[in-house]
Design a protein around this ligand. Structure first.
Ligand SMILES: [Mn+2]
Length: 335
């Protein structure tokens, strides 16, 4: 009876499966990928009686593959915290989905198992930026502050390792990282004994430091846009740069644009933290989507760059229009 463990390659996904396999040792085929690889169930070929553990990938995005696997006779345990859509009812499908913003897959698995590997649960939660939830749990579980900080740093670093366009962009492919993580029932021991942990931590710090030194491409009183080249580090910094910038200047709106290989731009927009609205509305005008505070555009055509930047600067983040003086730091883009 073959076993398959299917998970997102970020910290939350990997730490969910690590806890499960530490609790239930069993050789299994791991199916994972980078953060952007979500349609993972398509990659599984199963037969009647096979056992699947699925962690931290959207059921909505994997529904047809899931139904196919169930029809083949596989049994599936599904743990996730993304919006699931319509959850099918099936005698061989065991669903553990909770979409509250206070939980994540690592915490759901930990709870299901009776919290046998609490430090791993915390690493996953910190990786998913659930800092206040993880801090409260760590305090309740008696984890001293210095160890809390170590688990947070590790979670963020493992999470960072999942961002990139291909395995060539990241320190270590998530599947290979899993093989190292699973050797350690306690991630604090991994931090002490595994040189890779520091490599991941250093990489994240270096990427963010480099990203933060980029001058704004366009700056107005309340709007700042950054244009990143298409490079391995810029593909890795993902959303962490725009989040860091937004935290640094809460009164400003931020846009981070990265060149894509298709010649367009991947755009991330954050409304001013102090007025967290209007981001989705702006991005929708350019084919993007998102939430009021955080939104994006997957592929802004290069010919729309100037129009987007003008709209970004002129966008009303509050009910009263704000006068802005636009300063363009690099004239080439307007040409
Ligand atoms: Mn997650």
């Amino acid at each position: 009876m073959p076993y398959f463990d299917v998970c997102n390659g970020d910290a939350d996904g990997l730490c969910a499966v690590v806890q499960w396999r530490l609790a239930k040792p069993q050789s299994a085929t791991l199916v994972t990928g980078l953060k952007r690889d979500i349609a993972l169930l398509d990659r599984v070929v199963a037969k009647a009686g096979d056992q699947l553990l699925v962690c931290d990938i959207s059921m909505r995005r994997n529904l047809s593959a899931l139904l196919g696997l169930l029809a083949c006779g596989a049994e599936v345990s599904y743990f996730d915290h993304h919006e699931a859509g319509t959850v099918p009812s099936h005698p061989r499908l065991h669903v553990h989905v909770a979409t509250a913003t206070t939980t994540c897959t690592s915490l759901l698995v930990s709870e299901h198992l009776g919290h046998p590997y609490r430090h791993w649960a915390l690493v996953g939660a910190y990786g998913d930026q659930l800092d206040s939830v993880a801090d409260a749990l760590a305090a309740a579980w008696g984890v001293p502050a210095p160890q809390q900080q170590q688990l947070r740093t590790l979670g963020q670093a493992i999470n960072h390792n999942a961002y990139g366009d291909s395995d060539a962009d990241v320190c270590i492919a998530p599947a290979r990282l899993y093989d190292i993580l699973i050797r350690y029932p306690d991630p604090l021991a991994l931090l002490q004994q595994e040189p890779l942990a520091q490599v991941l931590i250093d990489r994240q710090a270096a990427d963010l430091k480099l990203a933060m030194t980029q001058p704004p491409y366009l700056s107005s009183g309340r709007a700042r846009a950054y244009l990143l080249p298409d490079a391995a580090w810029s593909r890795r910094v993902g959303g962490s740069l725009v989040n860091a910038l937004a935290a640094l200047r809460p009164h400003c709106a931020h846009a981070v644009l990265r060149r894509t290989q298709s010649g367009g731009y991947l755009v991330s927009v954050r409304a001013p933290r102090l007025q967290a609205q209007g981001a989705a509305e702006l991005c929708r005008r350019f084919g993007g989507s998102g939430r009021a505070a955080a939104a994006g555009i997957d592929d802004l055509p290069a010919c729309d760059l100037r129009r987007f930047l003008e709209a970004f600067v002129e966008h009303h983040w509050e009910r009263q229009p704000v006068r802005t003086e636009t300063r363009v730091t690099d004239a080439a883009v307007w040409a």
